[in-house]
Design a protein around this ligand. Sequence first.
Ligand code: ACO
Length: 309
Amino acid sequence: MGGSIIGWGSHLPELVVTNADFAARLDTSDEWITERTGIRERRMGGLTSTMAIAAAKVAIDRAGIAPEEIDTLIVATTTPDQAIPATSSVIHAALGLRGGAFDLNAACAGFAYALVTADGLLRSGQRCVLVIGSDTLSSVTDQEDRSTAVLFGDGAAAVVIKADDSDHFLLAYDLGVDGTLAPVLYQDHGGYIHMDGREVFRRAVRAEVDSITTVLDHAGLSAADIALFVPHQANIRIIEAVNQRVGFDLAHTAVILDRTGNTSAASIPLALVEAADSGRLRPGDRVLMSGFGAGMTWASAIIEWGVSA
Ligand code: ACO
């Protein structure tokens, strides 16, 4: 059983926090942040649930379906509103859904993990799956710590995947995790994110390159066959290092981190939705998404874009 993305939507909080805003109160500068990360501003505020609901409403509306048609809701997030219940329960109620719902925590690889899970649900007979990536990393970041505060932002994006007559949704995927690297990026209950930035950078490039190579190999494709690469939006230098090693160029890469910072599970779908909204995707285009994050997790997935933008 196959399927395609028939609806998409995103939501960003209104509050824009620029590099200059950080420079005004921390020992940092617009120049340092821009050169080392590519980030110029990020959005902050809201809850994981409220942003997700707003993004999902746009996606469902664009898909032209009734909420009751959705068989399963998957919410990729590392920052649930509460420890219990899952944030997907709150979103499920607000959207008036009928089927099942669950949260999925694979950090910044969460959206790609959720797409692979959705593919499995379609293959087991479900007709429609709503996948949302939503995170409020600003709420778990120490805003006085210049080494992490400038990196993260909040946001949400959603896609509706509907079963169709094609024989596939995903062309290929690769999932992975290396739990021995958990100490390089973690947040204790009630605490803030701690990160060994240099080590995460090094591991991220290696994990993404290996995962992308694997998934291209599984699909029998080369870098030139990919119309759009949608990487996790953490640092432009990570994206450039991956591109250089894999053979992608920036003209075929979706980049939004300059305006959003790192929004964790929302980052890949935010970039995908912007590409779709701006008419950058055509039916038949192959799109490769690849993320990495705390865990350390990684995930890559290749889909074929199935609808007119
Ligand atoms: N402004 C000015 N100076 C800073 C800042 C800042 N905002 N932050 C750190 N510095 C300083 C450091 O203190 C350090 O000073 P020192 O040499 O006196 O100790 C110096 O800048 C260089 O620090 P590095 O860590 O070597 O800088 P680097 O070039 O590696 O950039 C960064 C740091 C941006 C964090 C980079 O390592 C990175 O992006 N790592 C990956 C982070 C990431 O992707 N995290 C998330 C992945 S998973 C998820 O999304 C949850």
